[in-house]
Design a protein around this ligand. Structure first.
Ligand code: NDP
Length: 288
């Protein structure tokens, strides 16, 4: 089999990526801290490596998708020898800060690995479609080697050039747009509630003027209207972490912090109120 790739990290996203590679005809080697999570994939033909170094040695292209950079660095820098990583193309799909991407690239260069940083802008269930958006940046030659694998994960690839931090910066900036919109929407919900106008109607009106994102707005409006905040599209914890990242970045990059200073405390209140395992729409409870 000429097509072979390794996936490190079998969380919700990593499992999905490994499965898509199998479906794409790849020989897939996987490794996860908790090996049990590989069971279904192994039944479908994946090879479970006994350790991360063996997994990385098995394929020219290595995809890593774990919780955060701290976890990725722990795996790559502490448990894998430099020899195993030499000449490998590493596709980092773990979400992180621009500075983390720069640090990772620098480290990869010193050990002779090729590094590409990516940002996935879709949920696991939305992966592998022609329109699935993936942001990627870093060395152009490495990108060319990574591209066939990335194409399996999503057809809508934006290669943002050799500045390795571009993908994570774009991801953060996109999230900033989304949370700006959503916080305005939740305030709108409070206007509706204060005047006893139905929230689902509001969702339809806003949804109508924002065609694509409107589907999500309409969904969140229906959640609020029904009063059932079980997770259906977007868990609060993802937003709490994302807005925290936006805030950390603004402070470390020295850009204006007015927006994160306003948004982050609201999401911190949601966390303190025990809303982490509810749908994003539960932010309205903080505003009530
Ligand atoms: P999960 O929480 O489902 O999985 C986390 C993964 O990280 C597991 O494989 C876990 O291993 C591993 N991990 C955590 N800490 C360590 C550690 N110290 N050492 C080794 N392995 C560790 O996360 P997801 O799969 O959902 O997300 C993975 C990445 O993808 C994140 O960066 C996320 O931001 C990004 N992403 C996720 C999206 C989503 O909707 N799920 C959307 C877009 C991006 P173990 O199984 O042993 O706990």
């Amino acid at each position: 089999n000429s097509k072979s790739a390794t996936v490190i990290g079998l969380g919700m996203m990593g499992v999905t990526l490994a499965r898509l590679l199998l479906q794409g005809g790849y020989k897939v080697t996987v490794w996860n801290r908790t090996p049990e999570k590989a069971a279904e994939l192994v039944k479908d033909g994946a090879i479970l490596a006994p350790d991360a170094a063996t997994a990385i040695g098995a394929s020219p292209v290595v995809v890593i998708c774990v919780y955060d950079y701290a976890a990725a660095n722990e795996i790559l820098r502490n448990t894998v020898t430099e020899a195993a990583l030499k000449d490998r193309v590493i596709i980092q799909l773990t979400t992180g800060h621009p500075q983390e991407a720069r640090d990772a690239e620098q480290w990869a260069n010193t050990i002779g690995a090729r590094y590409i940083d990516g940002g996935i802008q879709a949920a696991p269930s939305q992966m592998g479609r022609p329109d699935t958006p993936i942001l990627v940046s870093g060395n152009e030659t490495a990108y060319a080697q990574a591209e066939p694998v990335l194409r399996i994960f999503g057809g809508n690839i934006s290669y943002l050039g050799e500045q390795v931090a571009a993908a994570s910066a774009m991801d953060l900036a996109t999230l900033s747009s989304i949370y700006g919109t959503m916080l305005g929407f939740f305030h709108g919900v409070r206007i509706m509630e204060s005047e006893h106008v139905p929230v689902d109607t509001f969702g339809n009106i806003v949804g109508g003027i924002m065609p694509t994102f409107g589907d999500f707005i309409r969904h969140e409006a229906n959640v609020i209207n029904a009063g059932d905040y079980s997770i259906t599209e977007s868990p609060m914890r993802i937003s709490v972490e994302a807005v925290e990242r936006i805030s950390q970045h603004a402070y470390s990059a020295g850009i204006n912090t007015a927006f994160p200073d306003y948004a982050n405390p609201l999401f911190k209140k949601a966390k303190a109120a025990g809303l982490m395992e509810q749908e994003l729409a539960a932010l309205v409870k903080v505003l009530r």
